[in-house]
Design a protein around this ligand. Structure first.
Ligand code: PMP
Length: 424
């Protein structure tokens, strides 16, 4: 009854089971990396014969690549509703983008963040001016805690780091509300949009955030391209992230030393030959998703309801949640199952049912451990099922059936631990 969703590649992948039989792969791990959109694959295919080094050659192919690369910046601006003065710096991924921002902060910048962040948002900020606030149990309490933390920071530049959607629970953070509090304290806001961008439209002006970091591979494009989009001044004043060709306007031999004039943003932070193909893929994905949010969300939320209802029928299964089970979330659900070894369950789902989920602590050890404790588990690992454009009702139903069967009967095959992981 709903509009068609953008198609992804890999819809009919066959994978082997431990029995030797092959089944359709049920990819329920979109939060780790999302499959490539078919229009993205086509755009890459079209560019492949033409790619060349950008900004460096007079030849036709170099001109094509340069145009494609620069147009990609506009696609990201459109996708994020960026201000005309915002810089679009291409990076490798969200981790790279946040590290670039961390290296570009003015001296003595106070950084305030919640402690349940993904390691990519938790770890790049160093020094005595970093304040990690323990994530409270409600969004309203988070707003109060942020207000208090900012009131206690010294004078000077301030940055609040927020995540749009948790990669552990899929829950949405109240970004606009928290950004309003940040503003009251004169702080800038950086948004880790790795998990939000594939699921919901983002507008930096209505959210009133200063920086957005995202990854192509979570956004239905292949690996290797990401972006940092935001205010140019700090980036412009910073030392280049990497040094080399592209980041330099002019290098002069003065005999005893080299005189180097660095390029302006964005080239300043894009030294080396850039990933033209990856950036084109990312930009194409932004354009495709940006036109189909209604269909994308209707598909995902219907499957999410089905998934959560199904999981609720699995004996002993406990969902993890930051803000309570009624809080709005994207298609990500992590859970633990009483009395079950999580690694063994994940291995059996793959080997006996052809289902791909993620088990572990999801590069968010503080968050995962704390939420497991709250759910009454003393494990350090959870299972995560995550939905996207490659997901179907059959995948969801297969997962629920498999979990119910595994919990009732145990895995059908003998598994052993190999290098810490369960294998058949
Ligand atoms: N932030 C969040 C919320 C994420 O889910 C991830 C990826 N798991 C990252 C940051 C890091 O993204 P990447 O690995 O692409 O750098």
């Amino acid at each position: 009854s709903t509009a068609p969703i953008p198609a992804v590649v890999g819809g009919s992948l066959r994978v082997p089971l431990v029995t030797g039989e092959h089944v359709d792969y049920a990819n329920l791990d979109h939060a780790a990396s999302a499959p490539c959109l078919t229009p993205v694959r086509d755009a890459v295919d079209e560019l492949l014969p033409w790619y060349a080094s950008v900004h460096r050659g007079a030849g036709f192919a170099s001109q094509v690549s340069t145009r494609v690369y620069e147009q990609a910046r506009n696609a990201l601006r459109r996708f994020l509703g960026a201000r005309s003065t915002d810089a679009v710096v291409f990076t490798r991924n969200t981790t790279d983008s946040l590290n670039l921002l961390a290296r570009s902060l003015p001296r003595h910048t106070s950084v305030v963040l919640f402690d349940t962040e993904h390691h990519a948002a938790l770890l790049p900020w160093r020094g005595p001016n970093v304040r990690r606030v323990q994530t409270p149990a409600t969004p309203a309490a988070a707003a109060l805690a942020l207000d208090e933390a900012l009131a206690a920071t010294p004078e000077g530049p301030r940055l609040v780091v927020l995540t749009g959607a948790s990669n552990v629970t899929g829950e949405l953070w109240p970004v606009a509300e928290l950004a309003r509090i940040a503003r009251r304290h004169g702080a800038r806001v950086a948004l880790d949009a790795a998990q939000l961008a594939p699921h919901r439209p983002i507008n930096v002006r209505t959210l009133d955030v200063d920086y957005v970091a995202l990854s192509g591979h979570k956004l239905y494009a292949p690996f290797g391209a990401g972006a940092l989009v935001g205010k140019a001044d700090w980036l412009q004043a910073a030392e280049p992230y990497l040094v080399g060709g592209g980041a330099t306007r002019q290098v002069t031999d003065w005999g005893d030393h080299l005189g180097v004039a660095w390029s302006a943003v964005p080239e300043r932070h894009e030294a080396g030959s850039p990933n033209v193909v990856g950036v084109h893929a990312l930009a194409t994905a932004c354009d495709v998703l940006g036109q189909q949010w209604d269909a994308v969300n209707a598909h995902e939320q219907a499957l999410l309801r089905r998934l959560r209802a199904g999981l609720a029928s699995v004996p002993g299964l406990r969902e993890l949640s930051l803000f309570g089970s009624g809080h709005d979330r994207v298609g990500v659900v992590s859970f633990t199952v009483d009395g079950q070894d999580i690694g063994l369950l994940a291995a059996a789902l793959a080997a006996e049912y052809g289902i791909g989920v993620r088990d572990g602590a999801f590069c968010a050890h503080v968050a995962t451990t704390r939420l497991l404790r709250q759910a009454g588990s003393d494990d350090t690992r959870a299972l995560r099922a995550s939905l996207g454009l490659g997901s179907t009702a059959e995948h969801v139903d297969r997962l629920v059936h498999a979990l119910r069967t595994l919990v009732a009967d145990g895995p059908n095959w003998r598994y052993r631990k190999d290098d810490g992981r369960w294998v058949p």
